[in-house]
Design a protein around this ligand. Structure first.
Ligand SMILES: [Zn+2]
Length: 266
């Protein structure tokens, strides 16, 4: 029977350089705490045996095998920065398993950039190298793909924009410095909200939000729980758990968050 329940898996909740950074730089993070090992930002949404992936960063291959994901039904892209897209050629492995192009969904600007930078993924480049993905433009309204309902919305990422998503009672807002009234309206009342915490304790912010901004937005979003993603290596897991209000927790790689879809749940 079809269930209106599913979950998000945090494939990665690290910042663009991951933790540890190259050079085994752990920063303020305790190397002995496994939840400090953070790969680049990505999540999977699973419901009724279907899987949608959001972003395919440089760690995509490892994340997919770690979670034993053997089939995907599509990839949603938040934007075209490399920490979110550099693993896109790995979609070829899914194409090889099914001989079907993987649907790739995002706004027109992001799709145009992906097609330009990774043309070999979208077009047959030789007799041996087939196109592995096909692009679909997303509109900012409630829609369904692979039987999974979601609503994309545009977010302010400082110098550019990104897409955020609401799936049922779960919201995902990575790579944003602030949200407009429309985005807040889409997110309003979510149970769990996964939010960009890259610049958590920084006063001056340019592309990522900080704690002050998150708390201002939370006044209007009214999420029950907030989880932080895109975390830098100056943000130690246990220290965050100790210092933050109880309704705000750092996410960790491999974490599962339940999602319910319902009449008022988006
Ligand atoms: Zn990013």
């Amino acid at each position: 029977m079809e269930q209106n329940i599913g979950h998000a898996i945090i494939l990665g909740c690290g910042c663009s350089k991951g933790t540890p950074q190259i050079g085994n730089e752990w920063g303020a993070c305790d190397p002995l705490e496994p939840k400090n090992f953070r790969t680049r930002p990505s999540i999977a949404i699973q419901k009724n045996g279907k899987t949608l992936i959001i972003d395919t960063g440089p760690d995509f291959h490892m994340q997919i095998n770690r979670e034993n994901i053997r089939h995907i039904d599509g990839v949603l892209y938040t934007h075209a920065h490399s920490d979110h897209v550099a693993g896109i050629d790995e979609l070829r492995s899914f194409f090889d398993r099914t001989r079907k192009r993987v649907p790739v969904l995002s706004d027109e600007k992001t799709l145009n950039e992906l097609r330009q930078r990774f043309s070999f993924v979208f077009e047959q480049s030789s007799v041996l190298y087939a196109a592995a993905a096909e692009a679909h433009i997303l509109q900012n309204n409630l829609q369904s793909f692979a039987g999974i309902d979601f609503t994309p919305f545009t977010q302010d990422h400082g110098l550019s924009t990104t897409l955020g998503f609401r799936f049922g009672d779960f919201g995902y807002s990575t790579d944003m410095i602030t949200l407009d009234d429309h985005a807040i309206g889409v997110l309003n009342g979510v149970e769990n909200w996964l939010v960009d915490g890259a610049n958590l304790y920084e006063e001056r912010i340019f592309v990522h939000s900080n704690l002050k901004r998150i708390l201002e937005l939370q006044e209007k979003v009214q999420a029950k729980n907030i989880y932080l993603t895109h975390l830098k290596n100056n943000l130690d897991y246990q220290t965050l758990c100790r210092d933050l209000p109880i309704f705000i927790r750092p996410a960790f790689d491999g974490q599962k968050i339940q999602i319910k879809w319902g009449q008022n749940a988006g």
